[in-house]
Design a protein around this ligand. Structure first.
Ligand SMILES: *[C@@H]1O[C@H](CO)[C@@H](O)[C@H](O)[C@H]1NC(C)=O
Ligand SMILES: *[C@@H]1O[C@H](CO)[C@@H](O)[C@H](O)[C@H]1NC(C)=O
Ligand SMILES: [Cu+2]
Length: 187
């Protein structure tokens, strides 16, 4: 009896730790345009690139480019849409700019060189409030569906937990509640 309970609580503690590690892990680094970088000559579809990524607060966006020809300007949504670079929020010109995504929501970047934004050198970095479940790995979204809720007292699942996809926050809360139940049950 005791050992079953112990095993179960160990599993729950483990899952709880994993879910929290995933939540508070260090920010991922995303290089805009991958090897092509931030440019107009490679015909990079920055919209498609951004859609294929999962951005979160704390992530680092790297713009790598030839600073003789390009720059990076953070602009408003309206300015992004109209490629208006007359009053950017911030301007980066190093040629190797690391920008930390420090808030949820959309972050709009364009190149300020004449005609470049119109030619498609613009990117919308969206860090949604709830972390996207879609896997960012090239292997595809193997487990895009969230785990079904656990019935109270049901044994914790020993399989079906994918380490490639970060656990969702409700799962962490559920793990927390289960942990509390088991701790209370032990004493
Ligand atoms: C560009 O944006 C600035 C500041 O938002 C605004 O004053 C200006 O009218 C805009 N220009 C165009 C052509 O929309
Ligand atoms: C840009 O900076 C990163 C580190 O921040 C470095 O690893 C990379 O080599 C740099 N790239 C260039 C072209 O300097
Ligand atoms: Cu440019």
């Amino acid at each position: 009896m005791d050992s079953v309970l112990e095993k179960r609580s160990l599993v729950v503690v483990f899952l709880f730790l994993v879910s929290n590690l995933a939540q508070f892990s260090f920010g991922a680094v995303h290089k805009v345009g991958e090897s092509a970088g931030w440019t107009t000559i490679a015909n990079v579809d920055y919209k498609q690139w951004a859609i294929s990524k999962s951005f979160q607060v704390g992530d680092i966006i790297v713009f790598e480019y030839n600073s003789q020809f390009h720059n990076v300007m953070r602009v408003t949504h309206a300015e992004y849409k109209s490629c208006n670079v007359s009053s950017p929020i911030t301007t980066h010109t190093s040629g190797n700019d690391s920008i930390v995504i420090d808030t949820n929501g959309h972050h709009f970047f364009v190149c300020g060189a004449p005609g470049h934004c119109q030619a498609g050198q613009k990117v919308d970095i969206n860090a949604p409030r709830a972390p996207r479940v879609a896997a960012s790995s090239p292997l595809g979204s193997a487990s895009a569906t969230p785990a079904p809720p656990l019935a109270p007292g049901a044994p914790a699942p020993s399989s079906g937990v994918s380490l490639s996809a970060p656990p969702t926050i409700p799962f962490g809360k559920l793990g927390c509640m289960l942990l509390a139940c088991i701790v209370v049950g032990l004493f």
